[in-house]
Design a protein around this ligand. Structure first.
Ligand SMILES: Cc1cc2nc3c(=O)[nH]c(=O)nc-3n(C[C@H](O)[C@H](O)[C@H](O)COP(=O)(O)O)c2cc1C
Length: 338
């Protein structure tokens, strides 16, 4: 309540209302949490621990990729209660991303549209950062994607280079083939291209590999992705990334609907959950799923787990519901109320 009535309006006014400036300032302020991190973690992060694809998670609520691309706030997220963190997406080559403005709030719909375009300092810089940080109190996922300057037909080398730079640091690696903001990237979800990419990564690695998919795939296309994942012993699926659809927007937000980019938040809730349910059914519950997309309340989180997810992630929920969301989800999941 205090967050949505008082804190959120103030945050949304920061930087003259520019969401990217608000993001930079609030994440910079996370440094202030550092001295109290272990204490905060006990308060926010208690939940139901679980082991998924061989990794022990203190609770099932993770920070989704894109919030901390370069791993600059890795001590803060566990203090807010997250049971794991996915950094990135990083690319082999450092890159500035798309020109600003590239992040838009659609408050009436509790949604965001972004076309960040993988702005990041590159895989080597992330490796340096993680080396300097040392061990973390929660599992770490590392999301890797394709550099913009690398043509799609050379994508495999690009992913491999990022993976090689980071292989010692991740508890799992998310192979991002689903961001809508790098031209051609989503074509890597096609059967032949995905087969080549995952084959090359699997040959290189005994690491845990997960594939992150778009919510805009048909069931037939998802089934094909799952077949390829099975062939290469992929450890899990992250479902889903942002959508290109503009369904479910409140009328007040329609002026922004034409902005190119991926839509996240409330309009994605049902679709992401349906994709998770489809995957769980299609794999008889045998493939771990990280459910992400439009989790803004504890009920959304419980529905995602009911649909078959083993772990959860949130990004837009943190913006609209505030950091208390993580604790509320954890309490709900462990049956302690909301
Ligand atoms: C500003 C922004 C940047 C994002 N960047 C990435 C990214 O780099 N890699 C990725 O896999 N997903 C990225 N995502 C997608 C989120 O990880 C998540 O899959 C999606 O937003 C749906 O979850 P949500 O509704 O909880 O936000 C980004 C999302 C937003 C809003």
């Amino acid at each position: 309540m205090i967050y949505t009535r008082v804190v959120r309006p103030a945050l949304f006014r920061l930087g003259g209302g520019d969401p990217e400036i608000a993001h930079a300032r609030t994440t910079a302020a996370l440094r202030l949490l550092r001295p109290a991190a272990p204490l905060l973690r006990r308060y926010f992060g208690s939940g139901s621990p679980r082991t998924v694809f061989g990794v022990r998670f203190p609770n099932p609520v993770g920070l989704a990729a894109g919030m901390d691309k370069d791993g600059q706030h890795l001590r803060a997220w566990p203090a807010l209660g997250f049971g794991f963190v996915e950094v990135g997406t990083v690319t082999r080559h450092p890159q500035p991303g798309n020109p600003v403005p590239r992040l838009f709030r659609l408050p009436a719909s509790e949604a965001l549209i972004n076309r960040m375009g993988f702005n990041n300092a590159g895989a080597d810089a992330l490796a340096d950062q993680l080396r300097a940080l040392g061990p973390l109190p929660v599992p770490l996922g590392i999301s890797i994607g394709k550099s913009k300057i690398t043509p799609v037909d050379r994508a495999v080398e690009d992913y491999l280079a990022s993976f090689r730079a980071l292989r010692h640091f991740g508890d799992y690696f998310a192979i991002n083939v689903s961001s809508p903001n790098t031209p051609g990237l989503r074509a890597l979800q096609d059967r032949a291209a995905l087969d080549t990419l995952l084959g090359a990564l699997r040959q290189e690695a005994t690491a845990r590999l997960l594939v992150k998919i778009a919510p805009d795939l048909t069931e037939h296309a998802i089934a094909e992705v799952l077949e390829v994942c099975d062939t290469h012993r992929i450890d899990g699926i992250i479902a889903t990334n942002t959508t290109l659809s503009r369904d479910g927007l409140a009328p007040a937000d329609t002026p922004l609907a034409t902005e190119p980019g991926g839509l996240s938040g409330r309009p994605l809730t049902t679709r992401a959950r349906d994709v998770v349910a489809f995957i769980a059914k299609h794999t008889n519950g045998n493939l771990p799923i990280i459910g992400v997309g439009g989790i803004l309340t504890p009920d959304d989180a419980l529905s995602m787990l009911d649909a078959g997810a083993s772990l959860l992630q949130t990004y837009t929920g943190l913006i609209y519901s505030g950091p208390g969301l993580v604790r509320r989800i954890n309490r709900a999941v462990s049956g302690k109320g909301r």
